[in-house]
Design a binder for this molecule. Sequence first.
Ligand code: SF4
Length: 326
Amino acid sequence: MRVACPTQDDADALSTIARKSQIPVIADIHFQPKYVFAAIEAGCAAVRVNPGNIKQFDDKVKEIARAAKDHGTPIRIGVNAGSLDRRLLQKYGKATPEALVESALWEASLFEEHDFRDIKISVKHNDPVVMIEAYTQLAAQCDYPLHLGVTEAGPAFQGTIKSAVAFGALLSQGIGDTIRVSLSAPPAEEVKVGLQILESLNLKQRRLEIVSCPSCGRAQVDVYKLADEVTAGLEGMEVPLRVAVMGCVVNGPGEAREADLGVASGNGKGQIFVKGEVIKTVPESKIVETLIEEAMKIAEQMEQDEQDGAASGAPTVTGKPEVTVS
Ligand code: SF4
């Protein structure tokens, strides 16, 4: 969890937050180098600094490196297109991928001079194309862990798409160790989007997955409504269940058979599939409640199997890098 620290009051609160938080706290330092020391002293799991918005940061690197080393605190160097060093802005004319990378590696080199390498780097930009290029160049030039972000990605819809496109391009190449989704929306939404991106890339075990058709001229049921009702009814389900909601009996059964649970609708009825077999046919009005009922039974069985140490049949993530949302 990232905690912004732009004032002395925030710096003073860090030790309490770090102590009481059940997940690691990353302090996000603004303006004053003294807050960096406060965050390290407070026992934060890591400290994020944006050299472009901290006064006389470069002069303080020696002391910061010493304090961070003494406390075993990693430092994230967060270069941001919006606060790029003036010297580099003049050199490149704008926040190009090269400018972002040069800035990050310059700051990293200041820490390296003091034999400090417990570093993670981000080079965020609001344009996914620039951002992808910057991280690609950075990954080719250093071995530090990279924190991915499309900064100021916009309102939820646009920001989700920009982030998914950029993270997908990079993570599928093995570039990126942690991610942050930046939306003009409540942070909880950012976390949900981030988790969904990781699940879509199979970098995190998938939970509930609704496979629903787009509907077409063959549809014999209101697929949108059905998919929405099933999704709402299964919200919060943690097991990796794949549920297919299909609008007809022409193409529907194929997808429904592939899922853990599915329905192929037609003629006012729904064929209910469990693990590839039709277990019953119910009237259209009973499709949602039947799917939810069957989903609960399968989920219970999966949980039981997991407790028994048996294979649950879920998609497993093996040999993949661990990427976290922060
Ligand atoms: S499953 Fe049937 S209704 Fe849905 S898109 Fe395919 S053909 Fe159309």
